[in-house]
Design a protein around this ligand. Structure first.
Ligand code: 4AD
Ligand code: MG
Length: 462
């Protein structure tokens, strides 16, 4: 049999020929003599129309009754239809029902709300919207690998079970065993959960950064791309407990090299998607987010903005708008502030740099002013922060001071400190939230709708 994608990209090769296709019913209508069934096999975003006639197929009544989501195998001729919306259709000679379906199939031919579709995560990949989202997700993952591989980066698989808290924020899920006999007990008889991973305390990783740094100081250019976990109980449209992150790390690079890399990566990803998923992108532009294509085309052909945190606070405090969270130097920027900067002031992606050290992680490089660190966040209209990164503190004494100042345990970071002792050059890196870039590219506004099986404080159905 032939997959629909082949028919759509090489229609000429099949015109006038007899072919076999398989797929699931999307719509089916018929009169006494004629029927039209649209089928889709998932290999392409569009469906193909099959015309079946009582005069040519022996089981006309059976096919006329085939419900949505039944699977058919069709043998027939590909005929061009230049006068209609679809470029071609199939005139059936034989149709076989490969799998039936039930009349209570939830995805009937009408618009379903995204909330409803979230409740049937096992069926929603069959809907147009999710067919488009998850194909784009797959393509973007591929584009990211291609970008880094073309630029001579080594892909490093950092561990999922880890003993260190990369962000020092304590937002970790503990790893434990269900076999209670394996856990040590205190003298009171109480189980000691801090010893649960064969005598060690371990967690699910919040970021592969610290391990990626070890590889950057060996391979110069590296990246991770894997699942990360955060135990923050924030029920927002852009936070998940399990999400994927891309983390490049580059030796001999400073914060400016870091921003240049991030900007060219984002543009590469968008160009790749526009080139390889045009049908899906046109669908998003029409049904999810009008103006999306224009906006993406603008992003790839213009420079991103750059502003320091101090300048940003200045802009925000002079704004006409009343913010719910008052703005003053030292605060963490809230969603409303990020939105104002990206949507009202810059109207394009903007790097905010040099944040106060108090609101950023321990590993960021202290600036000359002694107050700010060489951090860079990339904020974009609609989504907010999609990248968080920095130049790393490569000076041994500064790093030890910061770890102690924050009350972190120096011993836990012994190997991380070693990197500063042995050829510890300047280096920088960032983390791109994979779901956030998918939201940005597709116009989907809830992170639950770009994750195949979302894990959030309120959803974990499967
Ligand atoms: O800003 P974050 O916390 O930075 C780090 O983890 C660094 N270690 C990255 C690095 O420098 N290598 O997270 C990076 C990005 C955020 O900008 C955001 O896009 C995404 O990860 N992110 C989340 N995405 C979904 N759900 C969550 N709960 C997220 N938390 C962070
Ligand atoms: Mg961040």
């Amino acid at each position: 049999d032939i997959q629909l994608k082949q028919l759509f990209v090489s229609t000429d090769d099949y015109t006038g020929k007899e072919i076999i296709i398989r797929g699931w019913v999307r719509t089916n209508r018929s009169s006494n003599k004629f029927g039209f069934v649209e089928i889709n096999d998932g290999s392409y975003f569009k469906s193909v129309q099959v015309v079946y006639e009582e005069a040519f197929i022996s089981n006309f009544d059976e096919i006329a009754k085939a419900p949505i989501s039944a699977a058919l195998c069709v043998t027939g001729e590909l005929v061009l239809t230049p006068e209609s919306k679809q470029p071609f259709e199939i005139k059936a000679r034989e149709v076989i029902v490969e799998a039936g379906s039930h009349a209570d199939y939830p995805l009937q031919k009408k618009r379903h709300s995204l909330e409803f579709l979230r409740e049937i995560a096992h069926l929603r990949p069959r809907s147009n919207t999710f067919s488009a989202v998850f194909r784009v997700r797959s393509l973007v993952a591929y584009a990211i690998h291609q970008f880094f591989q073309e630029n001579n980066f080594v892909y490093v698989h950092t561990p999922i079970i880890t003993g260190s808290d990369a962000e020092g924020a304590g937002e970790m899920f503990r790893v434990t065993t269900l076999d209670l006999d394996k856990l040590p007990r205190a003298e009171s008889g109480k189980i000691d959960y801090s010893q649960d991973f064969f005598g060690k305390e371990t967690n699910l990783t919040v970021s592969g950064q610290l391990e990626a740094e070890t590889f950057a100081l060996a391979f110069r250019n590296v990246y991770t791309f894997g699942p990360t976990f955060r135990a923050e109980n924030s029920n927002t449209a852009r936070h998940a407990s399990e999400f994927w992150m891309i983390e490049p790390e580059v030796a001999f690079a400073d914060i400016h090299d870091n921003m240049a890399l991030a900007e060219s990566m984002i543009k590469y990803i968008i160009n790749y998607t526009l080139e390889h998923a045009l049908e899906e992108m046109k669908f998003f532009n029409e049904f999810i987010d009008k103006g999306l294509l224009d906006r993406l085309n603008n992003i790839v052909s213009n420079d991103f903005a750059r502003v320091t945190y101090t300048e940003a606070v200045d802009i925000l405090s002079k704004a006409e708008k009343e913010f719910q969270f008052p703005v003053k130097w030292g605060i963490d920027l809230q969603t409303e502030h990020e939105r104002y900067l990206t949507e009202e002031i810059y109207r394009k992606p903007v790097f905010v740099t040099d944040y106060p050290k108090e609101i950023k992680a321990f590993y960021m490089r202290l600036n000359e002013d002694g107050k700010t660190v060489a951090a860079m966040d990339l904020l974009v209209p609609g989504v907010g922060e999609i990248i968080g990164g920095s130049q790393r503190e490569e000076r041994y004494d500064h790093l030890v001071n910061r770890i102690n100042e924050l009350g972190l345990n120096e011993q836990d970071y012994w190997w991380y400190l070693d990197l500063r002792k042995y050829g510890g050059v300047k280096h920088a890196g960032y983390g791109l939230g994979f779901e956030r870039i998918i939201m940005y590219i597709t116009g989907m506004s809830n992170i639950r709708d770009v994750l195949p099986f979302p894990r959030t404080p309120k959803t974990a159905e499967f």
